[in-house]
Design a protein around this ligand. Structure first.
Ligand SMILES: Cc1ncc(COP(=O)(O)O)c(C=O)c1O
Length: 387
């Protein structure tokens, strides 16, 4: 099946639910069994069936199956947030005495997790230049246990060469873990590109409507049990209502993403032409240094990018952001609405320097008419000039 057909049909079985198009919301904590034998069999079936609310219900399984199929992985597990997915995926692979390689451009809370939870437990965390590609080979040590990527980084949009990193990692028997929130299971088929464990903040495009927090980890067959067991050991559990909403969101991820990408490209091209703007950081633009890899590996781009202003003072940046009417100030992205944040990047780098030469602003482009968004940015540039 092509991906849009999969998106419509995966993870549902009307024949099982009296003809209902969508898998209904199943609420439960306890699941009861007719015999002790069945209780024991299902408890040992590696999380494949319903046995206790914490391990998922048919609603959870429907969502997990749809995401895993869409991305081309073996199986998926839903967890309470994207950061919970990051924490569980990393914890599944490292213990005291191990070495972990992490891209210097990672989402800041991933770095916090590594610094505050992983390093103090005896893991040597080493950050690497996200543009390193095959050069990662030189950083692999005998005790390296995993390589963590994020392509592209969600503030600087530096594109990583995942196939080259995966080739080096797999040569040493190491798994590649990747935050694929920007790529989404729709635009980046991570398993075909060498990723072994794909991490999503489902809060973003999968849910798509800014109303549910959720993470999803998808793995290949080899890494499924270690990851699933780690999630079980942490006691993570997601509500069936949230799974229902996430699966409902997923059904339209294709049309939303294609439209939002078109809108984002229009806004990004316009920004490029503005005298206030030094650079636009968006791999979908031909002028972006990551464009070649993006074009080779991705089937589309999320509507999230940054732009660097020519040097201006903090007051002017504040005036610009406060003047925006259609772009709301707020964390997160991936919903149907446009958002803006000022990116504070330098303090999160240790392996490489990030000095773009001006303040960096990140935009998420929603489903509004892009001409209205451009007009909003234009009037805000006017306020910036006055400030
Ligand atoms: C790239 C990326 N990964 C992970 C997360 C964390 O997801 P959540 O907010 O669902 O915990 C975010 C959230 O902004 C993100 O931008």
């Amino acid at each position: 099946m092509k991906k849009d057909t999969l998106l419509t049909h995966a993870g549902r079985d009307p024949g099982k639910y009296q003809g209902m198009v969508n898998t209904p919301v199943f609420r439960t904590s306890t699941v009861i069994f007719p015999t002790l034998e069945e209780y024991e069999t299902r408890s040992g079936d590696d999380y494949k069936s319903v046995r206790y609310g914490r391990y998922g219900t048919p609603t959870t399984f429907a969502l997990e199956e749809a995401v895993a199929k869409l991305e081309g992985g073996h199986a998926a597990v839903a967890v309470p947030s994207g950061l919970a997915a990051i924490a569980a995926a990393i914890s599944a692979f490292v213990k005291s005495g191990d070495h972990l390689l992490v891209a210097d451009s990672v989402y800041a809370p991933t770095r916090n997790f590594c610094e505050r939870r992983i390093r103090p437990n005896g893991v040597a965390v080493e950050y690497y230049d996200p543009l390193i590609g095959a050069g990662i080979q030189q950083l692999i040590k005998p005790n390296t246990k995993a390589i963590y990527c994020e392509a592209p980084g969600s503030l600087t949009f530096e594109m990583q060469d995942i196939p080259a990193i995966a080739q080096a990692a797999h040569g040493q028997g190491l798994p590649v873990l990747a935050d694929n929130t920007w790529g989404t299971p729709y635009f980046f088929h991570s398993f075909a590109k060498g990723v072994d464990v794909s991490i999503h903040s489902a809060t973003k495009y999968i849910v798509g409507h800014a109303d549910v927090m959720m993470g999803i980890i998808v793995t290949g067959e080899k890494h499924w049990l270690p990851v699933r067991r780690t999630v079980a050991d942490y006691g993570y559990s997601v509500s069936p209502e949230d799974c229902y909403l996430a699966l409902r969101g997923l059904r339209t991820i294709g049309v939303r993403l294609k439209q939002q990408m078109e809108n984002a490209l229009k806004v990004a091209q316009w920004l490029k032409s503005r005298p206030e703007v030094k650079r636009v950081l968006y791999p979908a633009l031909e002028s972006d240094p990551g464009h070649r890899i993006w074009k080779r590996d991705f089937e589309g781009a999320a509507a999230l990018f940054s732009f660097v202003l020519n040097p201006v003072g903090d007051q002017a940046v504040t005036a610009f952001v406060n003047a925006l009417q259609l772009f709301a100030i707020g964390s997160s992205w991936g919903g149907y609405e446009s958002l803006v944040v000022v990116a504070d990047i330098e303090k999160h780098r240790t392996a490489t320097k990030w000095n773009p030469g001006g303040p960096t602003i990140r935009l998420h482009i929603g489903l509004e008419d892009p001409d209205d968004l451009i007009a909003d940015l234009e009037q805000a540039f006017g306020k910036m000039g006055e400030a």
